[in-house]
Design a protein around this ligand. Structure first.
Ligand SMILES: NC(=O)c1ccc[n+]([C@@H]2O[C@H](COP(=O)([O-])OP(=O)(O)OC[C@H]3O[C@@H](n4cnc5c(N)ncnc54)[C@H](O)[C@@H]3O)[C@@H](O)[C@H]2O)c1
Length: 438
C-alpha cells in the first residue's frame, strides 16, 4: 500500500500528465515537496519548459529553474510514477458535445506504462462517471491490470483561476476522492501536504466530479441572469450597473456582473453536465437557457455598436471599429473560446472595418485560431469611429485610459462601447463619447 511518506522521502515519484494552465502550476507546487515528472504530448511545450519558459505566464522562470521537475514527452517515463495526475483539456466539439479524446488518449498512454499498485488521479473537469465508467475500463484494457486489485483511481477537481495571483493553487481548498477510503485518505495526505487551504474529502468519485462541474454551472447561470437583466434594463433605459449597485446593498444579494462568458471552463463545463443529464433522459432547462443567453451576448454587443454608429450619423459599412482585448478574460493570454470573437464576426457581417488589439494574446495563435491579424499598436489604424473595450486588460484601464481612447477616436461624435462597464457614464460623456455598456 502506498503512503505519503514514500513520496515525501522522494523514493516514489508523481507524474503530472498535461502541462497547461492547470498542470504546470500543480507540478510546480508538488515539486516543492515531491519528486515530480511532468509529461506533455506537445514537444514544443516541453522544450520551452526545459528552457524555463512558460508561455501561459502562470509559473515564472525562476520557479521553473529551481523546481527540479523532470519535463518529458516520452511516455515510457510515466512507468516510474506510482501516483499519476491527469490535467489534460476537456473541451466540447462543434456540436457542444463533450470531447473526451484528450482524456481518453492520456489514459491510453498511462495504461501503456501503468506500474502495479499505482494510483491515477484525474483533475480535468468532467461529468459524473467519466473516471470510473470511461477511464477505468481503458486503464484495465491497455494495462492488463485489474482495478482496485492492481491499481486505483481518484478524482480531485482543479479550481485554479489563471491570472489570479491572489487565489493561487495552494490557497484553494482541494476536493479529494478515491475509489476506496484508503486511497481517498492517501490522496488527502499527498495534497494536504502542499495545499495550505486544506482538503475536503468527498464521499466518492462521482460526487467530486459533480461538485466541480456545478461550481462553474452556477457561475454561468448567475452571469446569465445578469445578462438577461441587462437586456431588459437597456430596453427600459435604466443603467444595469446602477441597479446592481443599489440591489447589492442588501446582505443576501449575490454580486455578479453582466458580460461575455468565454474560456474553456464556465462556458463549456455546463455542457458536460447537460450532456450527462440528457443521456439519462432528463432534459435540463435552466442550465441551457443560461447558456443560450450567455452565448448571444457578443452578437448583442455588436448590434448595439452598430446602433450607436447609426446614432452618430456614420455609415456603418466601412466604418472603422477598434476592439480592445481578445482574450477570454482580463490580464491573461488565453484566447480559447473567447466570445469577443462573436463581436468581431457580427461586425464583419455589417461590413465594418474591424481592427483588433490585445497586449497579451499571442499573434500567431490568434492568426491560427481565428484568422485575425492582431495589430501591434492601438494607433495603427486610427482614427476609429467606435472603440469597443471588450476586455479590461490592465494596459487599457491603467495605461490608455479614457483620454487615450479619445485621442485615437475620430472627431465628431466618438463612440465608446464599454462591455464590462469599467468607466463611469458621466466621465465618458464629459470626454465627449457616445457611450454604451451592458
Ligand atoms: N484553465 C482553467 O482555468 C481551469 C481551471 C480549473 C480546471 N480546469 C480544467 O483542467 C483541465 C486542463 O485545463 P487547462 O486549462 O490546463 O488546459 P490546457 O489546454 O492549458 O493544457 C492542457 C495540456 O495538456 C496537454 N495534452 C493534451 N492532450 C494530452 C495527452 N493526451 N497527454 C498528455 N498531455 C496532453 C496539452 O498539450 C496541454 O499542454 C481541463 O479539464 C479544464 O476544464 C481548467
Amino acid at each position: 500500500m502506498l503512503n505519503q511518506a514514500n513520496f515525501q522521502d522522494k523514493s516514489e515519484k508523481i507524474g503530472v500528465i498535461g502541462l497547461g494552465y492547470v498542470g504546470l502550476p500543480l507540478a510546480a507546487l508538488l515539486a516543492k515537496e515531491y519528486n515530480v515528472l511532468g509529461f506533455d504530448i506537445n514537444a514544443t511545450r516541453i522544450k520551452e519548459l526545459k528552457e524555463n519558459r512558460d508561455r501561459t505566464n502562470e509559473v515564472d522562470s525562476e520557479t521553473l529553474k529551481h523546481s527540479h521537475i523532470e519535463f518529458t514527452d516520452h511516455p515510457e517515463k510515466i512507468s516510474g510514477c506510482k501516483l499519476i495526475i491527469v490535467t489534460v483539456p476537456t473541451p466540447i466539439d462543434g456540436h457542444r458535445i463533450p470531447d473526451l479524446r484528450p482524456v481518453e488518449t492520456a489514459t491510453e498512454i498511462i495504461g501503456g506504462c501503468l506500474a502495479k499498485d499505482a494510483v491515477v488521479v484525474y483533475e480535468s473537469t468532467v461529468y459524473p462517471g467519466v473516471t470510473e465508467d470511461i477511464c477505468v475500463p481503458i486503464l484495465e484494457r491497455v494495462s492488463g491490470l485489474s482495478w482496485k486489485k492492481d491499481f486505483h483511481v481518484g478524482y480531485s477537481p482543479e479550481r485554479i483561476n489563471p491570472g489570479d495571483k491572489e487565489h493561487s493553487i495552494d490557497k484553494i481548498t482541494k476536493v479529494v476522492s478515491g475509489d476506496t477510503p484508503e486511497i481517498a485518505n492517501f490522496l488527502a495526505e499527498i495534497y494536504g501536504h502542499v495545499i495550505t487551504a486544506g482538503v475536503h474529502l468527498a464521499p466518492n468519485i462521482k460526487t467530486a466530479e459533480a461538485a466541480k462541474v456545478i461550481e462553474n454551472t452556477q457561475r454561468d447561470l448567475n452571469i446569465a441572469l445578469m445578462n438577461e437583466l441587462s437586456l431588459i434594463f437597456n430596453k427600459l433605459g435604466i443603467g444595469t450597473k446602477d441597479v446592481l449597485e443599489a440591489a447589492g446593498t442588501k446582505w443576501n444579494f449575490l454580486r455578479f456582473e453582466p458580460g461575455l462568458v468565454g474560456g474553456h471552463c464556465i462556458g463549456v463545463d455546463p455542457y458536460y453536465l447537460t450532456f450527462k443529464a440528457e443521456s439519462i433522459g432528463y432534459h435540463p432547462q435552466i442550465i441551457l437557457a443560461g447558456r443560450r443567453i450567455n452565448d448571444n451576448m457578443g452578437k448583442y454587443v455588436a448590434e448595439n455598436a452598430v446602433k450607436m454608429l447609426i446614432k452618430a450619423g456614420k455609415a456603418v459599412k466601412g466604418s472603422k471599429v477598434l476592439i480592445l482585448g481578445l482574450t477570454f478574460k482580463e490580464d491573461i493570454s488565453d484566447i480559447r473560446n473567447t466570445r469577443v470573437i462573436d463581436i468581431y464576426d457580427e461586425l464583419k457581417e455589417y461590413d465594418v472595418d474591424v481592427s483588433v488589439h490585445d497586449p497579451y494574446a499571442y499573434k500567431e495563435e490568434v492568426k491560427q485560431a481565428y484568422d485575425i491579424g492582431l495589430m501591434d499598436n492601438v494607433e495603427d489604424h486610427k482614427p476609429y469611429d467606435a472603440v469597443i473595450l471588450a476586455v479590461k486588460h490592465r494596459p487599457y484601464v491603467e495605461g490608455l485610459g479614457l483620454e487615450g481612447i479619445r485621442e485615437i477616436s475620430s472627431d465628431g461624435m466618438p463612440i465608446l462601447i464599454d462591455v464590462k462597464a469599467f468607466y463611469s457614464k458621466e466621465k465618458a460623456h464629459q470626454a465627449g463619447f457616445l457611450y454604451w455598456r451592458l
